[in-house]
Design a protein around this ligand. Structure first.
Ligand code: ATP
Ligand code: MG
Length: 386
């Protein structure tokens, strides 16, 4: 493969953001620099329209792979920089285009450096002639298989025809911070990924019910968050002691309402923790209709305890779509490791799909849950996963 010198990063959706654009680019620039800190000789250069990553002595594929995990990147072109000599440019263009697949091409020259002796059109023609002479490719100016760009700048001539799609979304951090309810199943890590891709920094809350749930669940969460560290280098995990609340619920509630009450307690605690941690929303892996506690009727009953924004990135996704994303990002195999979740351990035989608010109030009045919630919040264990 041609030894490319530079990766040219395009912003995509950012360009529609008007006056926020500068902040976005600055955030993306810092995120890119941060993600490449294991490559000491790489240089990151910020320009108005692109970010250039100079590979220098590092391995191009490794650097490219890191960039594919950075949100807010629309696409990345592999760029070859050569001296501003038309003979060198012609030869390089030919070398690059020979590595591509397709039958048609188009040369798109831009002369940024006006001291260069040929105008864009002359460059287009000279290079196209060279390619027509030495390959069986044909020119197609409207819909070429291989568009080859040549930019003449002060520092040199930049050639590129290989472009790969980036992760898309927004740069991490521009969307603020959100508290994600993280269970260790398949869904919540996918929700985490979708939030981060949208530019939202996450922090996690997990409800642990030892001895019903084991330390193995925590190890599993750590492994999942390590995978997600690819998108966010440091993730805070808040572990809430939930056993006492859970015992109180099961001792004082009709079995069919246990899950409803449990979810309401989780929402109450998450809302309070989100406020304390300056998170602007609570998120989870709920998907409408997936289980009894996720019907719209159940969501009314559960959501009633909070007026905070609740983001459900998976709300309308099929399990299969969710599993595909989990596989793609590498969390699936960890998620399917057998483990106990507080929701599954006490899973009632007949959970209510349409819980009634009157009945809920009756069951919740039997215990001083406010004190139990306060106690749980005061005894959170924090781990930083990085
Ligand atoms: P997952 O695959 O993420 O475990 P699920 O399909 O098993 O989800 P539920 O167990 O009903 O669904 O949970 C729905 C959502 O509630 C989860 O995606 C997660 O966001 C949150 N949740 C469930 N259990 C816990 C827990 N122990 N701690 C924190 N959040 C939880
Ligand atoms: Mg679960």
């Amino acid at each position: 493969m041609a030894n490319y010198d530079i990766l040219m990063v395009r912003f995509g959706e950012l360009s529609t953001k008007g006056k926020n654009k500068k902040d976005f680019i600055q955030t993306l620039y810092l995120n890119i620099k941060n993600s490449l800190k294991d490559f000491p000789s790489v240089e990151v250069e910020k320009r108005y329209d692109h970010i250039y990553v100079h590979i220098n002595n590092e391995n191009l594929d490794s650097v490219l792979n890191r960039l594919l995990d950075v949100s807010g990147i629309h696409s990345i072109s592999l760029v070859k920089r050569v001296e501003k000599d038309i003979e060198v440019i012609k030869k390089t263009a030919l070398d690059l285009i020979k590595e591509e697949e397709g039958n048609t091409f188009k040369i798109i020259a831009k002369r940024g450096d006006k001291t260069f002796p040929m105008v864009s059109d002359e460059i287009n023609r000279a290079v196209a002639t060279e390619i027509l002479k030495n390959t069986s490719l044909k020119v197609d100016v409207h819909n070429p298989d291989i568009p080859l760009s040549i930019e003449i700048r002060e520092e040199g001539a930049y050639l590129f025809c290989k472009t790969v799609p980036g992760l898309g979304g927004y740069p991490l951090g521009v969307g603020g911070r959100c508290l994600l309810m993280m269970s260790g199943g398949i869904d919540s890590p996918v929700a985490a990924y979708l939030l981060m891709k949208r530019g939202i920094t996450i922090e996690c809350v997990h409800f642990a019910s030892p001895p019903y749930t084991s330390q193995g669940v925590i190890y599993k969460l750590q492994d999942l968050l390590h995978v997600l560290n690819r998108y966010q280098g440091e993730i805070r995990l808040n572990i809430v002691p939930f056993t006492e609340i859970q015992d109180a619920i099961y001792a004082n509630t009709d079995e069919s309402y246990c899950i409803t009450l449990m979810r309401r307690m989780m929402y109450r605690i998450s809302t309070e923790l989100a406020k304390r941690r300056h998170c602007k929303a609570v998120a989870n892996g709920e998907s409408v209709g997936q289980v009894a506690s996720q019907t719209l009727d159940s969501l009314i009953a559960i959501n009633e305890v909070t007026n905070y924004p609740i983001i459900r990135p998976l709300a309308t996704m099929d399990k299969l779509e969710i599993m595909n994303i989990a596989t793609k990002i590498g969390t699936y195999d960890i998620s399917i490791r057998p483990f106990e979740d507080c929701c599954t351990i006490f899973a009632p035989k007949n959970p209510k799909t349409a819980p009634k608010l009157d009945d809920i109030a009756k069951y919740e009045a039997k215990v001083d849950y406010d004190s139990l919630i306060k106690k749980a919040l005061d005894n959170i264990e924090v781990q930083i996963i990085k």
